[in-house]
Ligand binder design. Sequence first.
Ligand SMILES: NC(=O)c1ccc[n+]([C@@H]2O[C@H](COP(=O)([O-])OP(=O)(O)OC[C@H]3O[C@@H](n4cnc5c(N)ncnc54)[C@H](OP(=O)(O)O)[C@@H]3O)[C@@H](O)[C@H]2O)c1
Length: 71
Amino acid sequence: MSNISVFGKGNMGKAIASNFEDAGNTVSFVAENDQVATLGDIVVFAVPYPAVAGIIEKYRAELAGNKIIGN
Ligand SMILES: NC(=O)c1ccc[n+]([C@@H]2O[C@H](COP(=O)([O-])OP(=O)(O)OC[C@H]3O[C@@H](n4cnc5c(N)ncnc54)[C@H](OP(=O)(O)O)[C@@H]3O)[C@@H](O)[C@H]2O)c1
């Protein structure tokens, strides 16, 4: 099973996280003011589109090589 990082705990983030958890994965949410040292194997962007560029800039190094799912 995988560790999943979900940016955005709104409608989409919670629904997507629930599906991953139901399948036995471990989910961590990342909020705007968080600064996490590592991200999961799979990263979900469940945020308004204008927020995406800032997240990529902030976590450029941590995102390298990860699988990214956007909505
Ligand atoms: N709802 C749908 O049915 C649906 C369907 C398809 C696509 N989408 C798309 O999916 C995206 C999210 O939709 P939604 O309905 O889930 O929106 P939402 O309920 O408004 O949730 C957006 C979440 O993103 C968080 N957020 C904003 N900027 C962030 C950042 N820089 N880092 C981390 N989290 C951040 C917000 O946190 P705060 O509240 O703290 O600002 C909020 O928890 C949108 O682009 C939307 O167009 C939605």
